[in-house]
Design a binder for this molecule. Structure first.
Ligand SMILES: [Ca+2]
Ligand SMILES: [Ca+2]
Ligand SMILES: [Ca+2]
Length: 372
């Protein structure tokens, strides 16, 4: 439907009042972009990246997850004090090297169990349980080792809004709660490195462990993780392909072998010399695409997909940048039916490719590279 596809594209923008009626009308019929529209492009796509305005304190509090309690503290370390002390402690390269050496020793057990999937902080021993805070490309996790069994619980708190102090006076797990001190912040995007500014200091962020550990379908991922990334928290096997979410490297969509899924598969990087990715349950690469062929890849490591349409994104994804790189839609050659073009973008590069399908195989050629 013509209106449907037009309004799908525009739904992220503010529409003039006179379009509101049509907007409702279009939503009613939902988005009916064809597979052709979702995967292929007619020309060079112009970048429509719009810098989102950072949230105000009011907005953060209004949209905070229900399970999160925020308590105002009378005595606290400010964001400024915490981050500047941390920086000055590890300013020299020697101090930095020593820091990583110390980390290796402190978190040796965690590294054994979670091999390379997290940066760790705040180790804590309670009886036979060890806890630590983990951070990876997706966000923050509470890590737990109980009787030598590792578990990771996603907090669902975006690093765009929540800053946790580098120095914590109190244990992060206490009296049945996860608790951590910090500030509400805004992320300031800069070309080289993102930086933060405090919006409001002196917060204690608290989550009931029962809520945090809740795994309704008992598939190994907590409900908060599944909701944050669009998996089904009530179904062990979100895409119904017979492989449980926890063991599925592509848990959101069924893998399918076809010409164009193989093209995307070829473009995904291969990581040589890494131990079995199947055992790395918390390492994911995330792509923003609605292209069915891309969804159908069968990768070695775990991947998740996020819709390009804003109204289909989870609250977490709307405010958190979890993309390291991505691929464009496919452009067809006007003359040769087996020739296609697409590009890969990353934080500091764009690589263009031409792809030719010959004797049942893709021949890929990098045709250009822009490094910024
Ligand atoms: Ca689950
Ligand atoms: Ca599930
Ligand atoms: Ca599955």
């Amino acid at each position: 439907m013509y209106f449907g596809s037009v309004f799908c594209i525009q739904s992220g923008n503010l529409l003039p009042m006179k379009f509101l009626y049509f907007f409702v009308f279009a939503l009613f019929f939902s988005c009916t972009k064809s597979l052709e529209d979702r995967c292929f492009t007619k020309g060079e796509e112009k970048s429509d990246y719009v810098e989102e305005k950072p949230y105000t304190v009011k907005q953060i509090l209004e949209e905070k997850p229900d399970y999160l309690e925020i308590i105002n503290l009378d005595k606290f370390r400010s964001f400024k004090k915490d981050s500047s002390e941390y920086r000055s402690n590890y300013y020299s390269s020697e101090a930095n090297e020593q820091y990583w050496k110390d980390q290796k020793i402190i978190f040796v057990n965690f590294e054994k169990q979670f091999f390379g999937q997290f940066e760790y902080s705040f180790k804590q021993n309670n009886d036979s349980v060890q806890y630590a805070l983990g951070r990876n490309g997706l966000g923050y996790w509470l890590l737990e080792i109980r009787n030598n069994q590792p578990s990771a619980y996603f907090l669902g708190l975006s690093f765009s809004h929540y800053y946790f102090n580098k120095i914590q006076e109190n244990p992060i797990v206490k009296d049945g709660f996860f608790q951590i001190e910090g500030s509400l912040v805004k992320l300031i995007k800069t070309p080289r490195q993102d930086s933060y500014a405090a919006l409001e200091d002196g917060k204690l962020f608290k989550i009931d462990l029962k809520e945090l550990k809740k795994d309704s379908d008992k598939d190994g991922y907590n409900d908060i993780f599944e909701k944050s990334f669009g998996l089904n928290p009530k179904n062990k096997d979100s895409d119904g392909d017979g492989i449980n979410d926890f063991d599925d490297t592509n848990p959101m969509f069924r893998s399918e072998k076809n010409k164009f899924s193989e093209l995307y598969q070829r473009l995904l990087p291969e990581y040589a010399g890494v131990p079995n990715f199947k055992q790395l349950h918390y390492y994911f690469e995330v792509f923003e695409t609605d292209c069915d062929y891309f969804h159908q890849v069968n990768p070695d490591y775990r991947i998740l997909f996020v819709s390009e349409e804003k109204n289909k994104k989870s609250d977490y994804i709307k405010v958190t940048d979890v993309f390291d790189y991505g691929f464009s839609k496919i452009r067809k050659d006007k003359t040769y039916p087996n020739k296609f073009y697409l590009y890969e973008w990353g934080s500091s590069h764009t690589n263009s490719y031409s792809a030719e399908y010959k004797n049942g195989k893709w021949e890929l050629e990098m045709t250009g590279q822009i490094v910024s």
